[in-house]
Design a binder for this molecule. Structure first.
Ligand code: BGC
Length: 715
């Protein structure tokens, strides 16, 4: 008999339920704290998994209780939200998505895993794969942006980065992809609200990233808090059992979200904990995080005949198998055994700096306001985010301490030691007081440039941070308007750096500023990275992975809209448009300028007629007509104009990057398999249809900037 079966044979019901329970060890983060001090339960073998316990020593102590003092000595599985770094923080996922660089996505996950493993952890509740098309939803910050194709690439990179070459390695974590599934389209962008979308949208937009995570071997998946058309995901047997485990072939562990099993009662589909626990278990949820519903509810559910011991055993087996795969039975102390060297930490900070610099999106740059002149005499740094190191961390700072994060002020001082830098907050991020505005504006006198650092507090995005009006909070608009006014009088340029976990609705600001940078939340090295871009050490190359709306009422907004039977026409009243605002976003998906100036020409498609088994090679010449070296991202979209189901106006199929010196021309090549142009037909089964497909290539999802050609698909 193998180890798992022999353990199962010897386990009491209480010990089995312990393996299906995860509780917070130290403190509660996002919900009620239920389990209290767990040490006795760990010794009794009735708690088998922990979250929020960090550090080699505390982990070792708890692990010792489980391994040496419990009857069966089963090691603990310890998880944590390692979302965009652990101690060293990388840019938030929405920002990092804009790198369009799978190697970097994987590398930051690898480094986060190493750092978390050195802290004794064995599971990361990541990657977060929820596609979001509604910036009101705060968790947009944590995810891959609006595009399902992009989300698939990120899923692969993140799972492979977190899990490394083998789960048993001391530097590998079990990834727990979340939140399955379709959490992003919560009603009106409101956190934890109901979701009701079509089966097609579910399958085309929200499932592919999870399918990719499964293919990449993800060890665990977390169901979303939300219901889908009345069935909460935590009890959604059709999706968890039939689709995820059945069709997608997921054999790993399902970890409930925080207290989500208990919340089935509030959802109104379970009368008590026993029913809630039975529904979740039967849907295939193996680990109950923080509801204590399995320990308290399943014994009753067994008595009532709502579940069987076989169903409990199936979940216990999956949990024990994961612990075995993680190498925890062989050496429960392997993670956290070796402290990291200062060299490793320094290298990681370097990576954080370069990734952060590449995540910055230059949204606007009139008259080459940026980069700054080589040695500015005096800069004026204004705004509540100019010297706010802790805010740089973003919404999921894991074990990142507030100290040790680099603010914009600190970054600029280090980069420009000869420059006088005057700094004032002017206003707080989110308070009604305007008192500091006048003093801040006075500083502008005599400055070579004014840098305005505006935006959200880090906790205004992320979980439970929906905003009905995602605009600049507090009195920041009043501050900015006052600065613009003074700058106009002084003839001084204003550069705006926007910090946010989502696109903010700021058309007025984008109109008035000379240059605008989206800095999202860039993590530990934020200030240094921003200084790198301002001073031209790095030419900006980040792109927005989400459409940037110009008005609240445009949301949800995304580039891959389906065609209307009455496309917008300003001269025709009865067409698809708003009376009060343009349909166009402020900035399209993929937008981002650099310090170069790129032109694309000579699109070649070979062959231009292909069958399902063939690929088309797409080639385009890119020239940097600007005066500085820079990197361009070229996107490949398709448009299937005539199909049995109306296809979106643009669909992302590829991207490539090319670095060019001034005056240099290079060729970008992308390969597109005809089989990838299959889509879900009228009956939701994949079909390959003959006919013409447009190939569109260019710098973003703005149709007017794309070069177009046509291929013909044949059977
Ligand atoms: C969040 C999850 C997270 C969990 C544990 C929940 O509130 O929805 O994403 O992994 O808490 O911290």
């Amino acid at each position: 008999m193998n180890r798992i079966e022999s353990l199962l044979d010897r386990m009491t019901l209480a010990e089995k339920l312990g393996q299906l329970t995860m509780t917070a060890a130290g403190y509660a983060v996002t919900g009620p704290f239920i389990a209290g001090d767990s040490t006795d339960a760990i010794k009794a073998g009735t708690i088998g998994n922990l979250l929020n316990l960090v550090g080699p020593e505390p982990v070792r102590q708890m692990q010792r209780l489980a391994v040496e003092e419990s009857r069966l000595g089963i090691p603990l599985l310890i998880g944590f939200d390692v979302i965009h770094g652990h101690r060293t923080l990388f840019p938030i996922p929405l920002a990092e998505a804009g790198l369009f660089d799978p190697a970097s996505w994987a590398l930051t996950a690898r480094e986060a895993a190493r750092e978390a493993c050195a802290d004794g952890l064995a599971m990361a509740f990541a990657p977060m794969l929820d596609v979001s098309r509604d910036p009101r939803w705060g968790r947009t910050a944590e995810g891959p942006g609006e595009d399902p194709w992009l989300a698939v690439r990120i899923a692969r990179a993140k799972v492979s980065g977190l899990q490394g070459a083998a789960l048993a390695d001391a530097e590998s974590l079990a990834a727990c992809a979340k939140h399955f599934c379709a959490y992003g389209p919560v009603t009106a962008g409101r956190e934890y609200a109901s979701v009701d979308i079509s089966e097609r949208t579910l399958r085309e937009i929200h499932l592919p990233a999870f399918a990719a995570a499964v293919q990449a071997g993800v060890a665990a998946i977390m169901p979303a808090f939300t219901d889908l058309a009345g069935i909460p995901m935590t009890a959604n047997a059709a999706l968890l059992r039939d689709t995820l485990r059945g069709q997608l072939g997921f054999g790993g562990v399902l970890v409930s979200d925080y207290n989500a099993i208990g919340e089935l009662i509030r959802h109104g589909i379970a009368a008590d904990l026993a029913e809630a626990a039975a529904l979740a278990l039967k849907a295939g949820v193996d680990i109950d995080m923080m509801a204590d519903a399995y320990r308290r509810g399943l014994p009753l559910a067994l008595e009532r005949g709502l579940v069987t011991m076989e169903q409990i055993d199936t979940s216990v087996r999956r949990v024990l198998r994961l612990k075995e795969q993680l190498g925890l039975f062989d050496d429960p102390y392997r993670r956290g055994a070796t402290p990291e060297s200062s060299e490793q930490l320094a290298q990681r900070r370097k990576l954080a700096r370069s990734v952060a610099a590449r995540a910055i999106v230059l949204l606007k740059n009139e008259q080459e306001t940026l980069p700054l002149p080589p040695a500015p005499r005096r800069l004026c740094l204004i705004g509540p985010l100019a010297d706010a190191p802790a805010e740089m961390r973003g919404p999921w700072w894991a074990a990142g301490e507030p100290e040790g994060q680099v603010s914009v002020l600190a970054g600029l001082r280090a980069a420009l030691p000869g420059t006088e830098i005057l700094q004032a907050s002017g206003v707080a991020i989110d308070e009604p007081r305007k008192a500091g505005i006048a003093k801040a504006v006075e500083l502008c006198e005599g400055a070579d440039a004014i840098i305005l650092c505006l935006g959200e507090r880090a906790t205004m995005s992320g979980e439970a941070a929906s905003r009905a009006s995602p605009e600049l909070p507090g009195q920041q608009r009043a501050l900015a308007e006052a600065v613009f006014k003074r700058a106009a009088k002084l003839g001084c340029r204003v550069i705006v750096i926007l910090f946010s976990g989502r696109p903010l609705i700021v058309p007025w600001l984008a109109g008035k500023a000379d240059a605008v940078l989206a800095a999202w939340f860039l993590g530990s090295e934020a200030g240094n990275a921003i200084a790198d871009v301002l001073t031209c050490r790095v030419s900006p190359s980040g792109r927005t992975a989400i459409t940037w709306p110009r008005a609240l009422g445009q949301m949800p907004i995304f580039y891959a809209q389906r065609p209307s039977g009455r496309p917008a026409n300003p001269d025709d009243h009865f067409t698809s448009k708003y009376l009060d605002v343009s349909n166009e976003p402020l900035y399209p998906f993929g937008h981002g300028l650099s310090y170069g100036r790129f032109t694309l020409q000579d699109l070649h498609l070979t062959p231009d007629k292909l069958s399902e088994k063939e690929s088309v090679e797409v080639q385009v010449d890119v020239t940097n007509a600007g005066a500085r070296a820079a990197e361009e991202t070229v996107f490949l979209f398709t448009r299937d104009k005539l199909a049995s189901v109306a296809r979106p106006l643009l669909e992302l199929r590829g991207f490539a990057k090319i670095a060019l010196r001034p005056g240099e021309t290079g060729t970008v090549s992308l390969s597109l398999a005809a089989a990838d142009l299959r889509f879900l037909g009228p009956d939701l089964l994949p079909v390959f249809e003959e006919g013409e497909v447009e190939i569109l290539v260019g710098p973003c999802a703005d149709r007017s900037q794309l070069l177009a050609g046509t291929i013909r698909l044949c059977k």
